[in-house]
Design a binder for this molecule. Structure first.
Ligand SMILES: [Zn+2]
Length: 99
């Protein structure tokens, strides 16, 4: 059990969001600015996804980029991640939400 950082209610640490107020738990040590910088410069190898703790999809992205055909997919994927990151610059809970 953990305490909600927003309203203080006790809830399961397995819950994605607080059942009382809807607050989404996320890693406070992570920064959306660093996420965006990693995405912008080395995003094609999944660097930003490794940073956000999404290791599974980060490895998929890394392997895809190593292949010519896969890189076409990661280019589109990268663009989607970029738009998402820019839209959520002020909402780290959407990017770093615990699974
Ligand atoms: Zn709450």
């Amino acid at each position: 059990m953990i305490y909600c950082r927003d309203c203080g209610a006790r809830h399961s640490d397995k819950a994605k969001a607080c059942p009382k107020c809807g607050y989404v738990e996320y890693d406070l040590t992570k920064s959306t600015v660093i996420y965006l910088l990693l995405l912008w410069f080395i995003g094609l190898i999944g660097a930003h996804r490794f940073y956000a703790g999404k290791t599974g999809s980060a490895i998929v992205m890394l392997i895809l980029t190593c292949t010519i055909v896969g890189m076409l997919i990661t280019c589109v994927w990268w663009l989607i991640d970029l738009i998402y990151a820019i839209c959520n610059l002020g909402h780290p809970e959407n990017i770093f939400a615990k699974k």
